[in-house]
Design a protein around this ligand. Structure first.
Ligand SMILES: *[C@@H]1O[C@H](CO)[C@@H](O)[C@H](O)[C@H]1NC(C)=O
Ligand SMILES: *[C@@H]1O[C@H](CO)[C@@H](O)[C@H](O)[C@H]1NC(C)=O
Ligand SMILES: *[C@@H]1O[C@H](CO)[C@@H](O)[C@H](O)[C@H]1NC(C)=O
Ligand SMILES: *[C@@H]1O[C@H](CO)[C@@H](O)[C@H](O)[C@H]1NC(C)=O
Length: 774
């Protein structure tokens, strides 16, 4: 029966479960049947784990085995992809025992093909929060958030639970604001499971059921707090996995003398590309952790690769770090240490831990590299050859210096130095050998006396080489800690792909506002504070996080709501003449800059016989639920204190409405209208640019979603330019990058393309509320 075990394990069952299954003959035979059919449908032997788990669960619960192939097909063709759907399917089959069932009815019952948009999630969650608003405000974070999740799950039956949870969290945060000291105190202390952690990692603080987690805490609070199980400076040895040598305690003592126990971190970008939203997390984490603990953080350019470096990247990286509000303690370069690194390499050879190798580049790639025949060559020989390497006596690729160690992934003897006859932007042609990441990174950390070397999880496999090298050279060894990287959907961030987008003219440049590079976000008008808040929201967890852009946008709105003054603009103007005002009537209307807090100031806009409203705010034919202007339904004008009623609809030759004649009445004297709309009078003309997502699919890089590649997934409406919008005169004196909230339209930022004749505004984000719904 051993081969049945392996068949079952091939669909993702554990060995134990596979063996247990075998004890049940009926189950075994049904499951085998299902797997055979699945493999037939797939045309291969590999059933992935998700489908495998669903198959297993289906087989254990299916009463009527005549339905086996029917359901297997739904699972394998990925029409049923979740437990929730499977349960619905099984229930449906139980209650529809007849031979021929209605496929459509079945598919509806188990949500086949249902796509729940972020907007639908947002709307549904908004309704639920509104329902519990009073209770939430009274109980704040003591409120049982599980209730909200429960209702949201019911309302959004087929939505991705994680996204729903994110949205609930976001809206709760929005309503209540971050947790205050009082919130934190009142929280009953949940017994914390203190399971010893095997890996060196940051404890994942976000818990699925929405209870104990980092929500609402500022990044600084999180970074100071005990969520991070980081060691104290000098206590490196307390970290699981840290390698202690006979000299470790002595080195740590010296380290403490040098640093006085100060926390030291570094942000180490390679200067070969532009920073993107994922780096914002790294910046916040490294600089934030140092700052929260009165430590220091270096900005270190990892400039060991002479081919890739360009001055513009150095400048841009530093600018973005500062834009996010952080100041490096010092700006350093890996190349500052080239001489020291070389001396250490000589020492490493002397100690018998490295050798010069003549295997060629191609032979060194991959994992099944044959062991180097030069591994055991005499130290003296390697010393001479390494010296020759340095003197330029070999061709590129002819020799390398390799370290005698095996990496976690089984890779043997990683390269420490390779030859490159490319001048380096800082050291010119002093060197023709350059150290690799694996050799350089830990030693630079050691040289800078770094206490916590924070990096993303993909470097986990480099951890043992990190410790190994410091110990092989008997120098101070920092602790490497890994955290999860931050990904965003509906975008691409790799340098190569952005270059493609620029080259094909799909976007204008690296800082095109539709991209998620940090320079692009700045152009688009995202305040740095909003980006930092977003990083805090994501939390400092070890888990990989993939976020929807609208969560970032929510953070942007939160900041702009308090900082961008209101103005009125209409994108598609409709002329309105107020017949019961005298021709020369000139009134001034005072508009608060922040209606929620009038003390923050106000501005004045003119009001006269001719005004303009948004075309979509008028409908000739009434529709149920439409609250704005129609021939029979008056509407209020925001801030003006007037209600207008249509007297005459004027049309052009083609029958399009081109003007309205209305009368106005003071809003005190008439019944309150169902809605108030924005308007402008004697306005300025301006150009307005609206953005949508650049990509149509969530994961444009995923061949399963976009088989023909990300370049084929461009949203044709990602940029709309409206050349003659109208805006009120209060924005007339604004400067480039000033930000406004155009009432009911969105947040906008003044573009550098503006001239004295014409202002240009780029939309930063839409308002949360649907402008049609007020
Ligand atoms: C790191 O510590 C060593 C002594 O252990 C000291 O010589 C060196 O100057 C320190 N480097 C920095 C960048 O603080
Ligand atoms: C995040 O993005 C990187 C690079 O595109 C990718 O390798 C990784 O799998 C992504 N992680 C998740 C959780 O999507
Ligand atoms: C405004 O939008 C245009 C068109 O997409 C773009 O070229 C420009 O860089 C944007 N400006 C800002 C400040 O975002
Ligand atoms: C904007 O801020 C005010 C308080 O300053 C608040 O009452 C209002 O709900 C906020 N609106 C949004 C959409 O965040």
């Amino acid at each position: 029966m051993a081969d049945a075990v392996s068949i079952f394990m091939s669909i993702g069952l554990s060995e134990q479960k596979a063996k247990e299954t075998l004890k049940n003959e009926a189950l075994t035979s049904t499951l085998k049947k299902a797997i055979e059919q699945a493999q037939g449908l797939l045309g291969s032997a590999s059933v992935d784990k998700t489908a495998g788990t669903l198959l297993y669960n289906m087989v254990t619960r299916l009463k009527d085995t005549n339905r086996l192939s029917f359901l297997t097909e739904y699972i394998i063709t990925q029409k049923i992809t979740s437990e929730l759907q499977l349960s619905a399917a099984l229930d449906f089959l139980k209650s529809h025992p007849q031979e021929n069932l209605d496929r459509l009815e079945f598919e509806t019952a188990c949500g086949v093909g249902v796509v729940v948009t972020p907007e639908q999630i947002e709307d549904a969650v908004e309704l639920i929060i509104r329902k519990y608003k009073d209770q939430l405000l009274a109980e704040r974070y003591r409120f049982n958030m599980g209730i909200l999740m429960g209702e949201a799950r019911t309302a959004l039956k087929w939505a991705d639970g994680k996204i729903v949870k994110n949205e609930v969290d976001m809206q709760v945060l929005h309503l209540l604001g971050p947790k205050t000291e009082a919130d934190l105190e009142k929280k009953p202390k949940a017994a914390k499971p203190k399971a010893a952690e095997k890996d060196v990692k940051i404890e994942q603080v976000s818990v699925e059921n929405g209870e104990a987690n980092t929500e609402g805490k500022s990044l600084m609070e999180q970074l100071r707090g005990e969520a991070l199980k980081f060691h104290k400076p000098g206590e490196n040895y307390k970290t699981e996995g840290y390698v202690v040598t006979p000299n470790t305690m002595n080195l740590l003592k010296k380290h403490l003398e040098e640093t006085g126990g100060q926390v030291r971190t570094r942000f180490p970008p390679e200067p070969n590309g532009i920073l993107h939203i994922g780096h914002a997390k790294a910046i916040n984490f490294n600089f934030g952790f140092a700052k929260a603990n009165n430590g220091i953080c270096f900005l270190r350019y990892d400039d060991t690769n002479p081919e890739k470096e360009e001055e513009k990247y150095f400048t841009a990286i530093r600018e973005m770090v500062e834009w996010l509000g952080y100041k490096p303690y010092a700006v350093t370069h890996a190349s500052d240490n080239f001489q020291l690194l070389y001396d250490l390499a000589v020492d490493l050879i002397r100690r018998g831990h490295a050798y010069v190798c003549h295997q060629r580049g191609e032979e060194l790639k991959g994992h099944n590299v044959p062991p180097s025949p030069w591994r055991e060559r005499p130290v003296e020989e390697s010393l001479i050859l390494f010296d020759r390497m340095r003197k330029g006596m070999f061709a590129e690729g002819e020799v390398t210096l390799r370290m005698k160690m095996v990496m976690e992934d089984g890779k043997m003897d990683p390269v420490a130095y390779r030859i490159k006859y490319t001048p380096h932007h800082r050291t010119g042609d002093t060197w023709c050998i350059y150290p690799t990441y694996d050799y350089t990174h830990c030693l630079c950390d050691s040289i800078e006396n770094i206490t916590h070397s924070l990096c993303t999880k993909e470097f986990q496999s480099r951890r043992s080489s990190y410790f190994w090298l410091c110990n092989a050279l008997d120098v101070y060894c920092p602790v490497q800690w890994e955290y999860g990287r931050l990904n965003l959907t509906y975008t691409v961030v790799s340098k190569r792909k952005i270059i493609k987008l620029v080259e094909t003219g799909i976007v204008r440049d690296w800082d095109d506002p539709r991209l998620f590079t940090l320079t692009a976000l700045r152009r688009r008008g995202f305040p740095p504070q909003a980006i930092n808040n977003f990083c805090a929201r994501v939390g400092v967890t070890v888990a990989q996080t993939t976020m929807e852009p609208h969560l970032l946008e929510a953070c942007v709105r939160e900041v702009l709501n308090d900082t961008a003054p209101r103005a009125m603009a209409v994108l598609e103007p409709l002329k309105v003449t107020i017949t019961n005002l005298p021709t020369n009537a000139q009134k001034e209307v005072r508009v608060p800059d922040f209606p929620a807090n009038e003390a923050k100031g106000s501005h004045v806009v003119p009001f006269s016989k001719t005004i303009f409203i948004e075309k979509s705010d008028f409908r000739e034919v009434m529709e149920k639920g439409y609250k704005r202007l129609t021939p029979d339904q008056p509407v209020g004008l925001r801030h003006a204190g007037y209600v207008i009623s249509v007297q005459r609809v004027i049309k052009d030759g083609c029958g399009n409405v081109c003007e309205l004649e209305v009368t106005c009445a003071s809003s005190d004297s008439v019944e309150k209208p169902k809605a108030f709309i924005q308007w402008v009078s004697d306005p300025l003309q301006c150009e307005v640019r609206l953005y949508e997502r650049l990509f149509l699919h969530k994961n444009p890089e995923d061949p399963a979603e976009v088989p023909a590649g990300f370049l084929t997934d461009i949203n044709p409406y990602s940029l709309t330019v409206i050349e003659s919008a109208l805006v009120d005169r209060s924005v007339g004196k604004s400067k480039v990058f000033d930000k406004f909230q155009f009432e009911r339209v969105g947040y906008f930022s003044v573009d550098p393309d503006s001239t004295s004749e014409k202002l240009v505004f780029n939309r930063t984000v839409t308002l949360k509320e649907d402008p049609g719904k007020i």
